[in-house]
Design a binder for this molecule. Structure first.
Ligand SMILES: [Zn+2]
Length: 335
């Protein structure tokens, strides 16, 4: 926001020149405002790691996104092959400080042990704890995998205690004894659930396959814009409230046109267009493509179908690409 200088009336020149106090204040405040405007907004980029569904295709598999906000890297969902795909994108697991699960269908969480163990195994033991948030049973899910009775306990125990593993840890710069992975996992519900210097995260409960699995949608507000991750859900009031006025909405596009197959548990093009239009969203990023929606001509058809009644930007990016969402970007760039 440009500050209003509101100078006091004072016609007395401050310098031998002709400038008045009002002009001087206006000029200096104006220059400061120009300086602020010229200062680039913190980077806000969305890395598309997984934008497929439970059915693997040649180019997509499962859900995983990484939001890069300034110097912070936050993951939303950790579907199949996330760690391997991050490697292809040159994103080190150690960069990720927070992970948010929308729900616990396997196409959104199955790579979690691989990701968490790789993040730990590449470190020298001083990385900050990985903070994990999601609907119940997120805490139990993490404990059952990496806790003292967890599926990976024997591997962890060997890597912590075997002399060769300890030696490799020392060569990476670690100082024995090697600590176990530091993971802080929480079950969360609706409300403001976490924040950092770079973002604030708000969650709402959304309609997917409850009560068998709970589902959340997340909104991240940053100085460079806001972004909502709908996860897998149908069109519901809580999602609409969360999405009001958002700059970007990442949402599942599982079908094109009307369908009776999926009921109201997940979105296709008609619901996406209506949510985007009703909530005043500036851009929509389609994801969770099923094999029938994944082909180039089908993607174009999906984008066109949403754009018939929604007049913001519609993108359907490929996996292993990055969308620049920083506010001064006139049009989001995909690379
Ligand atoms: Zn699901």
């Amino acid at each position: 926001m440009t500050p209003d200088p509101q100078p006091q009336e004072n016609p007395t020149p401050l310098t031998p020149g002709t400038i008045t106090r009002r002009q001087f204040v206006a000029a200096t405040v104006g220059a400061a405002a120009v300086g602020l405007a010229a200062k680039p907004a913190p980077r806000l980029r969305l890395h598309i790691v997984g934008s497929g569904c439970p059915v693997p295709t040649r180019t997509r598999y499962g859900s995983a996104f990484i939001l890069e906000a300034g110097t912070e890297w936050v993951m939303v969902d950790c579907g199949p092959a996330t760690t391997w795909k991050m490697t292809q994108m040159k994103i080190a697991p150690g960069k990720i400080s927070h992970l948010f699960f929308t729900h616990h269908h396997f196409d959104h969480n199955v790579d979690f042990p691989c990701f968490a163990l790789t993040r730990w195994d590449l470190s020298h033991g001083t990385e900050p704890p990985l903070k994990v948030y999601g609907p119940s049973p997120t805490r139990a899910f993490v404990e059952r995998l990496l806790g003292a009775q967890g599926a990976f306990f024997d591997d962890l125990n060997a890597r912590i205690k075997h002399p060769v593993s300890v030696e490799l840890f020392k060569r990476r710069g670690g100082k024995p004894p090697r600590p176990a992975p530091a993971i802080d996992a929480q079950d969360v519900g609706a409300g403001k659930i976490a924040q950092s210097d770079a973002w604030t995260a708000t969650a709402v409960r959304v309609h997917h396959v409850e009560p068998r699995l709970e589902s959340l949608a997340f909104r991240f507000d940053t100085p460079s814009g806001s972004i909502v991750f709908a996860g897998d859900c149908g069109d519901c009031e809580s999602l609409r409230q969360l999405t009001q006025g958002a700059d970007t909405l990442v949402i599942a596009c599982v079908f094109i046109g009307p369908t009776k197959v999926y009921g109201d548990i997940i979105t296709g093009t008609p619901q996406i267009a209506e949510i985007g239009r009703a909530c005043g969203v500036k851009r929509i990023i389609l994801s969770h493509a099923w094999p029938g929606v994944d082909a180039p001509e089908a993607k174009e058809k999906a984008i066109a179908d949403v754009a018939r009644t929604y007049h913001g930007t519609v993108l359907f990016p490929e996996e292993l690409t990055t969308v620049d969402l920083t506010k001064q970007s006139a049009d989001p760039k995909t690379s």
